[in-house]
Design a protein around this ligand. Structure first.
Ligand code: URA
Length: 433
């Protein structure tokens, strides 16, 4: 078999066999296929698509290119969630402890932020001492002991995806539904959980800019999961507007803790309740109504908050920061951004707001950049709200005073104002199961 012939076949719009896809994945993992041939095939896939069979084979081959975590020694049903990424998305910090406190084991591997989107691993590292590198044995042992573990990569999971994703990133081939679906699901399958709930974002701050694209991606990921015997659901939620108020690592941990302590009713709380309810309903085979009751109870009786503290303690984090979030280190510089007029905020561009927080130091422009955990933005006003001229729209935090002007300019460019109150858009578009 020759990679040249496989590239030509896909270029001409033909369907690849399982053997050809396996040959490709093996070759790019062991480097017997050179990068320019891998990227040529990726471009042919980007342009000509894949059949469902091709996509499922590609996913399974990438999942099996490294370790497959065996969670069978964990007692009880295991669940995982995955967000396709957005701005202000701290849902894992809230959903994982809620679900664990309701008796479903959370075995979750998370990633770092890149570009305008944040990553759970960075947020957890904002808590002094929190360890995000655990061995597979530590990971499984912690899930068994306290019902929850959230870590970065453990073991050598889906190395083929790592190579292929890096090449896609550099060759304008990220935005392909079969390639995104197989990339995400290869890691989820290798991570081993039985129930997987996907939080698929649609809007300006998401990979999928339209709801139709988000639905198509969700359906493909559900198909892949089901073909592998996993219980699957996808929640389609809005990412035109950042989620919650706080953007930036420490700020997001503080907002998550506020929600976990109960009493905060916000868009963030609602998305977390829907995600957690869907996980519980799938994992325990109970109705969504019953699942939602359990979720809301765990927020109001403090059990979700206690589960989060147990997670922080087990992974070496300083729990006194969680008990008193005023103790988190603060950025040296601060600026209030006032409203330029009396009006309503008619829309926000989440991607531009995410990038204005990156300018402050809250995220990475390249993988090598170092994050300033204290940097970020608190949005005092969001889409649909009325503002008076001079009223504070947002607060900026940074250790680099020179970044404040650019960040403020970007933030203001991301907001649109209107005299009329805008029509409210749904927060949750759909749930697919
Ligand atoms: N996240 C992934 O893990 N893979 C993609 O292709 C896109 C987003």
């Amino acid at each position: 078999m020759r990679i040249y012939d496989i590239i030509a076949k896909k270029r001409d719009g033909f369907e690849l066999t399982d053997e050809e896809i396996a040959f490709f994945v093996r070759g790019c993992t062991d480097k017997s296929i050179v990068d320019y041939q891998t990227t040529a095939l990726l471009m042919a896939i980007y342009l000509n698509g894949m059949t469902d069979r091709e996509m499922i084979t590609l996913t399974n081959e990438m999942a099996h290119s490294g370790d497959m975590l065996d969670l069978s020694s964990i007692q009880g049903i295991t669940a995982d969630k995955h967000s396709t990424g957005g701005v202000g998305d701290k849902t894992t910090l809230i959903v994982a402890p809620i679900v664990a406190s309701c008796g479903v084991k959370i075995a979750k591997l998370s990633g770092r932020g890149l570009g305008h989107t944040g990553g759970t691993v960075d947020k957890l590292e904002a808590i002094d001492g929190f360890r995000v590198s655990l061995s597979p044995e530590e990971f499984i042992c912690q899930v068994n002991e306290i019902g929850i573990c959230v870590t970065g990569q453990t073991g050598n999971l889906a190395p083929a995806d790592k190579i292929i994703y890096g090449l896609r990133d550099a060759t304008a081939t990220v935005g392909s539904i079969p390639l995104i679906a197989s990339s995400i699901m290869s890691k989820k399958l290798a991570a081993g959980a039985e129930c997987i709930v996907l939080d698929v974002k649609a809007g300006s701050g998401a990979f999928m800019k339209t709801l139709d694209e988000a639905k198509a991606l969700s359906q493909k990921m559900i198909d892949i999961g089901k073909a592998n015997g996993r219980k699957m659901a996808a929640v389609l939620s809005d990412m035109d507007t950042p989620l919650g108020k706080n953007i930036g690592n420490t700020l997001e941990v503080i907002e998550a803790v506020d929600v976990l302590k109960g009493g905060v009713q916000s868009d963030l709380t609602e998305v977390c309740v829907v995600l957690a309810s869907n996980i519980l309903s799938l994992a325990k085979a109970i109705s969504l109504d019953e699942a939602e009751k359990q979720v809301r109870r765990s927020l109001s009786d403090g059990s979700a908050y206690e589960a989060f503290k147990a997670l922080v303690k087990a992974q070496g984090g300083d729990t006194s920061l969680i008990e008193n979030t005023d103790r988190f280190k603060k950025a040296a510089f601060y600026r209030e951004v006032p409203s330029p007029a009396d009006s309503y905020i008619s829309s926000m561009n989440a991607e531009t707001i995410g990038l204005s927080s990156v300018v402050l130091g809250a995220g990475r422009k390249t993988k090598e950049d170092v994050i300033d955990y204290t940097a970020g933005i608190i949005l005092e006003k969001k889409t649909g709200e009325e503002v008076k001229k001079g009223e504070v729209l947002a607060r900026l935090y940074t250790n680099n005073a020179d970044s404040l002007d650019e960040s403020e300019r970007m933030l203001l460019s991301a907001l649109k104002f209107s005299k009329e109150k805008p029509v409210a858009k749904p927060l949750i578009y759909d749930v697919m199961r």
